[in-house]
Design a protein around this ligand. Structure first.
Ligand SMILES: [Zn+2]
Length: 213
């Protein structure tokens, strides 16, 4: 493996893949990463009600990592240079404003995409990190297929609430898009741990077809 650093962006506490992946006019920067990386378009979330439970499923089995709210993303270059963390988790929590107003949610999606773009540009230009750093994006879960009276919630049973896209970019990942294999939120931690040859496959599995052989 060539990866020494991983930036795992939990790009929304409930955001639909139709907004951050399928529609490049809303999320052009995330699309740039996806086009240079590998995407599973059918990443399943068993539960979509509790933010805490979903985040725990993503992070509990992850090896030792630093956590930063994505609102502090401007500090990432300095943090990476100073502390050189193996795994940095950036958690975006702005999307839940969708419970109040769909319009505000869309604004949050675009702002997150801007932050993702700035981070991506920095990693690609930095001589210390551009060849040994992976970036992975995967939200806690999605949100409902339909806007309800100007609000966008996350409810059991909606396709876009349960199915998200996970995006993997870095020196050890293949390029491409897998639209058939259904992976699971519980697969993310063991898959990311595998970058560092750490076995945490207690609950999920290392996803197939992602790693260069
Ligand atoms: Zn919520």
């Amino acid at each position: 493996m060539n990866t020494r650093h991983l930036i795992f962006i939990v790009n929304g506490n409930g955001v639909r893949k139709k907004d951050y992946y399928e529609d490049a006019s809303i999320s052009p920067n995330t699309r740039r990463i996806a086009e240079e990386g590998f995407v599973f378009t059918e990443d399943h979330c068993d539960s979509v009600a509790s933010h805490c439970d979903a985040l725990a499923e993503l992070l509990d089995d992850l090896p030792e990592h630093r956590y930063l709210n994505f609102s502090w993303s401007d500090t990432v270059p300095a943090l990476m240079q100073e502390l050189k963390p193996r795994i940095l988790v950036l958690h975006d929590t702005t999307h839940d404003v969708g419970h109040d107003a769909y319009k505000e949610y869309l604004k949050a999606v675009k702002e997150t995409d801007d932050k993702v773009g700035r981070l991506f540009n920095w990693v690609k230009r930095d001589p210390c990190f551009n060849s040994n750093t992976a970036i992975v994006l995967r939200p806690e879960f999605g949100r409902d297929d339909e806007v309800n009276r100007g609000q966008l919630h996350h409810s059991e049973g909606f396709y876009y609430a349960h199915r998200v896209a996970s995006i993997f970019w870095g020196p050890d990942f293949n390029r491409g898009e897998d639209r058939k294999t259904v992976i699971n939120r519980l697969d993310i931690a063991p898959t990311l741990a595998n970058l560092f040859k750490i076995d945490t496959t207690r609950r999920g599995r290392v996803v197939p077809g992602l790693f260069k052989t």
